[in-house]
Design a protein. Sequence first.
Length: 806
Amino acid sequence: MVGIVVVSHSRSLARAAVALAMEMVEAGSVRIEIASGLDESTFGTDAIAISDAIAAAADADGVVVLMDLGSAVLSAETALELLDDSLRDTVVLCAAPLVEGLVVATVVAAAGGSRAEVAAEATQALAGKQSHFEPPVAPNTALRDADEFARVFTVSNAHGLHARPAARVVAAVREFDARVELRNRTAQSPWVSASSLTRVATLDVLHGHEVEIRASGPQAREAVDGIVALAARSFDETEAPTAPLPVFDSAMPLPASPGIGIGAAWSAQAAPVDVTNAQSSGSDIEWRNIVEALSTVRRDLQRIRARTVRFAGEAEAAIFDAHRLLLDDSDLLDDVRARISRGQAAAQSWLAAITRVAREFDALHDPYLRERAADIRAVGDYVLRALPGIAAAATEGAGVLIGADITPAEAALLDPKRVKGVVLAHGSPTSHSAIIVRSLGIPAVVGLGPAILEVPHGTRIALDGATGEVAIDPSEEVLAHFRALAADLGRQERAVADRATASATTRDGVAITVAANVGSLADAKLAARSGADLVGLVRTELLFLGHRSPPSVDEQVTEYLAIADAFDGRRVTLRTLDAGGDKPLGFIPSPPDANPFLGVRGIRYALAHPEFLRDQLLAMVRVAHEVPVSVMFPMVTNVAEIRSARTFLDEAIERDGRGAPLGMKVGIMVEVPTTALKARALTPYVNFFSIGTNDLTQYATAAERGNPAVASIADGFDPGVLRLIDAVCRGAGERALVAVCGELAADPVAAVLLCGLGVRQLSMAPRSIASVKGAVRSVDTERGAVLAAAALDAEDAVAVRALLSE
């Protein structure tokens, strides 16, 4: 009897499809194996798992493999090459639709059909559905060329199409049945395949560049529209862009992660891999070695990503998604395979191919994109060291790590309890590795030059990651200085950490709520561990971005309750989706907007698409019957908008049928200057105001944060911005709470000003909670009010900071 293998990106989808198919036949009458997902919850496919499944399903009559889409097909093809010739010849890769095809294949196999019959019948599984909906249409070959679709979009990301947005493009393209190509229209580059991460990233697309996209095939239009929509929302990069850091002299020590580190030197640098004398054992064996190494690294990266999310958050872990995509890059793998077919060994072929790609990044004009060459080399080294006979790099030492540089994966595996510091000959404070080291709380200094690599193993090193000071084999006097710094810092950190979960009350007894901004369950768990009093902002649009259809009411309820559970049922502020303009939803067509920041976004977008607002508010009402909920509407500009929004909320309460939830509050985001100035008129309609200082500053100063030429102007300490915050506090009076949820809230220096102005809730990223609570406890609100009054009359933001430093 013919065996069947199901290959899907989703393990749960595959199991459900198999369960449906087995309803059609007697239990045990067909052998079906599943090779789907990288684990129970992670989407992906693995060639080795597929080859093992084929072997398990193998029968004298052969095996038929059904796949869902994209890389599942590539993984299945690769799996065939891992099989012995005798088994490979009995396997058929079937192009049938997964669910319908599996049902038919199961029935035919149970009836004793041959593998050719099983595959043929499965391939025809859609015929009945197609004939039901429309008669077959003869292909019109004259229209084949005319069916190509093309559009142009502008890249708004501060660093252009770097690794993460490029990875989002490639992942999105692979979801469509279309041939998609891109070119940098601004630079007049040649066309490249949009399914290749290396090709896309090396287009050298910078902020403001125009990119042309074209596609052909059955889903060409959908593919083009999907990528244009992705670009319009900045490729789902949710972190606020920052002003570019200055270019440093690579021989100058650079502080990369604050803290004091003292310990013995150790090196994680494995000896460079010499592949000069590597010998090929035959193209089949060498390619199998590559495939197995790729599978090993893919699993390792998944584990490292999960660890990074746990300790550093989703944003820092995103780089590993780009790394995993590179492992499936068709341009890179085609190059490797071609070299192997010409007689090179696996290690030689891989090293040569990855070096070629890295050099292409080295040649790019933008410094940030050039820096991504290190990521390419990092992935290359992962795979190279996973090949047979090559030593892996060690990351299990203790003390102060010395190295030329470290990869993000190596950084993520460092144990903060054992590693006291990191000093690197090269590297950058902006690298992914440095970001991860910072998030782990390990002191680090980079850019010390090659001399640091000559320090003998075991030599004592002391470093100050905040100043860049490094002492090699320090004298007792110098060592005492570093120990004193470490003791002082330790006392400060312990004092803050010990009280992180305690409430923050000013010296004169004013309670300030310190809350967290979250965009996922992982963020919420991290925030709860960090001592947040409650959730001050849930960015619910993250449930919508990247979706082709909106989540159901039940799905939203599940997500919102999970976040509330992480906080043991404390109050959660759910913001209705803040989409539109510069971040449209993929499943709602949005016309081009010449200035998306001033277009249909926030509450304007929601009111223009009430079907989604109705469902979201219903989900929020249901959650509010379980836990305390504050409903917040974004970018409200006038009374009419909040009236309309509240009408929709009242309808949701009526639709739920249980009456208004006890303790439910309603508020708005203050992001528009005129809203701040009209706070008194808006107060009767709200329980609270939450000031989004990022957008408020941007609108008030007419300076986009992502534009390097004006980024320094968009400063939350600008007296004009502070006057707008003051206007909200005065307009709210005692009738409504005033919160701040922008970056200004996360700055401990700003705490005295905000408390002095009358702000009573600060909401921020989890990493800032402990330090802001500590700052609040040192505030006297009466003195803060005096400082705030002086700041309102200051000349500029520099003068305000000088005032606070006195």
